[in-house]
Design a protein around this ligand. Structure first.
Ligand code: LLP
Length: 440
């Protein structure tokens, strides 16, 4: 996921523009960066920084790209809540017909609160589900549990029996397919903790059929995240589809194939056509499925929300240490940990469009007391000075949802832009919020 270091396009091109405007809702108007029709400078003025800003129309567009590319077959897009679990974003997607992929009892409650009718379109993934989480999901009558171990299957049967509610389940199989991505977010090899070895899955389905509390409704697979090539998706699904044929022969009524999430975006300033990417992805899945007609479940997270969002931050200090220049911003690794955790690349652009070509090469860092607290290293960036605003692009996925209070920093506010209007969808945290749960 670590990208080649590129100078932001604003520095390379004569007529400065935000890179790959088509893929992002952020563009300059009157020399100021806007999200759709709203100026980021005015948002900073009104709500302060650091500030997460998302475009509702971009999220809708991405969801509709999926709907369109998969229209030829019966399917449900189950948005992966972990990518961005904001209630407003869940509601936006839920109202358009999305289902949800959850990994905890907490995410279940978020779906319930955001859009209750979507509970019946929830799939529950994760390697360590607890009895209370299973109980809550059974009572909510979710679509399916994606079971990741034999022990979990036993627990699910026991809870289903205790509550008298039959559990629909899929085994999440590990297809042993290699997908090129960062090692922390690759999941489809047998060395990973995820899924059940595809070779033993058939025997487990057979065992499960002995319990009247278990309904083998589907099969699922997820090979990792930020996967740019589509062939691994086809390969994984081909293995899954072959297994489905065997399972049917064994008498299991498999109705759902869950292809997981993982479709990657382009974090760089290279041209990127999201519509084409979804079409390629759909074609790969269709190839893997062959004639199989089961209802297809999809679990995209990043692809729907990453490029809709930016983290807006203000430059606090410029500092030189030896030969290095540091641009210190009021956002830090606790607000957006992806660069620190995965060496992930995020484009960083000034809110005020630069007039000349003057640039500096600097490390863009936060105020947190860790050398790993950086957004970019040795990056060519427009000549910024203290007080200037810059935006970290493609921060809509795994930004706020991975944020923390490290260094006792209060988390940013979040804004949803709807055309020319804005909605504060999460107020800035206060010290009161932080200290609330503590006991002296
Ligand atoms: N389904 C399952 C079972 C998953 O584990 C995940 C992501 C998804 C769907 C959604 O994947 P997506 O479409 O967003 O790639 N924090 C990392 C990504 C971690 C992904 C974890 N699982 C990052 O910032 O890159």
């Amino acid at each position: 996921m670590s990208r080649r270091k590129r100078a932001p396009a604003v520095l390379k091109k004569k007529t400065a523009a935000v890179p790959t405007v088509a893929a992002r809702p952020f563009a300059y108007r009157n020399r100021t960066l806007h999200c759709d029709g709203v100026s980021l400078a005015s948002l900073a003025e009104q709500h302060g920084t650091p500030l997460y800003i998302y475009s509702a129309s971009q999220i809708t567009e991405r969801f509709q790209l999926f709907q369109k590319s998969f229209a030829s077959r019966s399917h449900t897009v189950c948005y992966a809540v972990k990518a961005n679990s904001s209630l407003a974003i869940l509601r936006l997607l839920g109202k358009q017909g999305a289902g949800f992929d959850i990994v905890s009892g907490g995410e279940l409650e978020r779906v319930r609160k955001a859009h209750k009718p979507a509970l019946k379109k929830v799939v529950f993934s994760g390697v360590g589900k607890q009895a209370w989480e299973i109980d809550a999901a059974l009572k909510a009558d979710i679509l399916q549990f994606n079971v990741e171990s034999e022990m979990e299957l036993d627990l699910l049967a026991a809870r289903a029996e205790a509550l008298g509610i039959r559990a629909r389940f899929a085994l999440r199989v590990n297809p042993d397919v290699f997908a090129e991505t960062h090692p922390y977010i690759s999941t489809g090899l047998s060395e990973h903790k995820f899924g059940i070895d595809i070779k033993i899955a058939r025997a487990l389905y057979r065992r499960a059929a002995k319990s009247k509390w278990l309904d083998a409704s589907g099969i699922s697979v997820h090979i990792g995240s930020q996967i740019r090539k589509v062939d691994p998706f086809a390969a994984a699904l081909e293995r899954v589809t072959a297994l489905v044929a065997l399972l049917r022969r064994d008498g299991h009524d498999i109705r759902y194939i869950d292809a997981g999430g993982g479709l990657g975006i382009d974090y760089s300033d290279a041209p990127f056509d999201p519509a084409h990417q979804v079409e390629r992805y759909a074609a790969a899945l269709f190839k893997g499925l062959g004639d199989e007609q089961a209802h297809l479940l999809l679990e995209p997270g990043r692809f729907l929300v990453a490029q809709a969002g930016a983290l807006l931050t203000r430059v606090l200090v410029l500092k030189k240490n030896g030969s290095k220049t540091f641009v210190i911003t009021d956002a830090a690794m606790n607000d957006l940990i992806r660069p620190a955790l995965y060496h992930a690349h995020h484009e960083i652009v000034p809110v005020r469009q630069p007039t000349g070509k003057a640039s500096i090469t600097a490390d863009i860092v936060g105020p947190v007391c860790e050398s790993g607290d950086f957004f970019a290293r040795d990056r060519a960036i427009a000549n910024v000075k203290p007080g200037d605003l810059v935006a970290l692009l493609d921060a809509g996925a795994y930004g706020m949802s991975l944020s923390s209070n490290y260094n006792s920093r209060s988390r940013p506010a979040e804004i949803l832009v709807e055309g020319t209007t804005t909605k504060l969808i999460r107020r800035r945290e206060t010290m009161r919020d932080q200290l609330g749960p503590e006991v002296l």
